[in-house]
Structure formats: C-alpha cells, structure tokens
Write a protein that binds this ligand. Structure first.
Ligand SMILES: [Fe+2]
Length: 311
C-alpha cells in the first residue's frame, strides 16, 4: 500500500514538474526501429541528415530561433516551437541510429556479414587503423566512442550560418519549405542507399514527417496571406513606388539561345498578381561602365597611376 502511495505521489510531482519546465525530455523516442546489423560506413553517410546544411540540427535551430524571435500572432509562434521541438526529437532518433550502426557486431552477425568488405577486413586481420581510415568516420571511434557527431557526412562541422531566422515570417516560411524539400530529398537518397529493414523503416517515418512539414509550411504561407500579414513580393510592406517598377517583371535573356522564353516566367501575369512578365531577348545594360574610385593610400591597393605618398 505504502509503495502504491509513493508511486502515485511521485507521478503527481512529476506531472507538476513537467508543467513547470521549459523543456522536458521524455525517454521514449518519437519513432525508432533498430537496424538489423551495424554498418559504420552507412553511419558516416547518415551524418548528413544530422549535421548537414539541411539536416535535423539546422531545422531544429531554425524553427526554434524563428519561434523565439516571432513577434507575430501566437498561433505562428506556437506552431514554430512545436515543430522545432519535434526536430530535437529527430536529431535524437538519428543519434540513436548512428550509435547502433557504429556499434560492434555480435559474433553471429559477423559471420553473416563476411561478404561485407569492411567486416571481412576486420575478420581477415586487417589493421584496425587501416579499416577505420578507409571506411567509417574515424571520429565515430576516436572522438565520440561510437556516438553521433554534430557534423555532416564528410565530417564538416555543423554551423549556425545554415540557420535562417529573419523575423519576416513569409521569408522564413519559404526557407522552411526549401529546407524540408532538401531534407526529404536527402533522406530518400539515404533510404535508397540502405538495405537494412530497420534503417529503412525509421527513415520512412522521417520521410513522412518531412511530407507533413513541407505541407505545414505551405499552409503557413497561405495563412499569412489570408491573415493579411504578408504577401508577395516579400517584404510586401515596402512601398512599391520606391522600387524601379519598369524592371520589376522583366525577364533578361542573358545566355545563348532563347529557350527560356518558353516558360511561365517569360510572359503572362506574374504570380504575385501585380505585374505582367516581359521577355527581353536582347537586353541592354542600363548603367555606366563600372569603375572603383582611387584607392585610399592607407589601404595600399594598386592604383591606376602611382600615388604621391608623403614619405
Ligand atoms: Fe525532421
């Protein structure tokens, strides 16, 4: 009886604690199926989905920062923080997958995998350092001890310059659609590169979430327009009278041939509904010849003529 009471009171204090916390980690992954066997080379490739320019770390930081910086209606802020938090979970799923893929193969798997050149190398007595250098990312062994890295598939570290968070929701939502499109494309390429049912099952879940997220951002773009907050071209609040509107809808043909006049962008109404496309087959430059001013002598750039500098 006492144990039951204790359990109940623990559960209650946990629930109160969860409500009070800004971020609260749950032990369960959003989704996960274990890979059938280790594959450290594939683990190296899968790093692209964690720390590449369009990986989960990028979208996680991008949506969270966009949410934290949001000054618009609460529904947008809340939505961005929902999806940003989900992306933390995606980094976690992939980190977990990489740990399984880098992990040592049990003996029976080693036998079955004897055809695999890497495992064959291990079994055949190749020097460990040679196997490491020619196959897996050595950092998975040396630096992380079998864990994921905040880096892409070539080991290039993730960096904050990948993140787009401008404060203009329309500009950001278009970035988000393209991040999800690139991310889904790369996840599908990695899906095709694997034969492991566990890897494929986990990736098929992530691919489905990318489908939702592409649609979510497209819906958010429509919502911004419906709310009258933003429209095309972004930013729509800038007075059009201050841009040179005679060139706003001109297509400049600046390469050999005129195949480009076949497209939707060459004629007819523009997608923003505010102009009519015009195709310039032989456009002429409208400015003067470009010329940089005489350099500041203290910067020591080479001038056209020798500069008289006081000695
Ligand atoms: Fe994701």
């Amino acid at each position: 009886m006492k144990a039951v009471e204790e359990q109940t009171s623990n559960a209650l204090s946990n629930a109160v604690h969860q409500k009070k916390c800004m971020f609260y980690h749950k032990k369960r992954l959003q989704y996960f199926t274990k890979p059938d066997k280790p594959d450290p080379v594939y683990a190296k490739q899968l790093q692209e989905l964690i720390g590449g320019p369009f990986g989960e770390m990028t979208v996680m930081m991008q949506y969270l920062l966009q949410g934290w910086n949001c000054r618009g209606p609460a529904k947008y802020k809340d939505m961005m923080l929902d999806i940003g938090t989900e992306e933390i979970g995606h980094v976690e799923m992939l980190a977990n997958m990489i740990a399984h893929l880098v992990d040592k193969a049990p003996a029976d798997v080693q036998e079955k995998s004897a055809m695999d050149p890497i495992v064959e190398g291990v079994l055949g007595g190749m020097k460990t350092e040679d196997i490491i250098m020619s196959s897996m990312n050595p950092k998975h062994a040396i630096v992380t001890g079998g864990g994921a890295l905040p880096a892409d598939s070539t080991g290039y570290p993730w960096n904050g310059n990948y993140v787009v968070a401008s404060g203009n929701l329309m500009a950001d939502f278009y970035s988000n659609v393209q991040a999800e499109a690139q991310g889904r494309l790369q996840a599908i390429r990695l899906y095709e590169m694997s034969t492991d049912p566990g890897v494929k099952d986990t990736l098929s879940y992530m691919i489905a979430r990318d489908t939702m997220h592409q649609n979510q951002w497209l819906a958010a773009i429509e919502e911004l327009k419906a709310d009258g907050l933003e429209e095309m071209p972004v930013p729509s609040q800038f007075p059009r009278s201050q841009e040179k509107q005679d060139v706003s809808y001109q297509f400049w043909n600046l390469s050999e041939g005129t195949d480009s006049n076949q497209g939707r962008w060459a004629k007819g109404p523009s997608p923003d509904g505010k102009g009519e496309f015009e195709y310039l087959e032989n456009p002429e430059p409208q400015g003067p010849e470009g010329e940089a001013p005489i350099p500041n002598p203290k910067l020591y750039s080479t001038p056209k003529q020798p500069l008289k500098v006081k000695q």
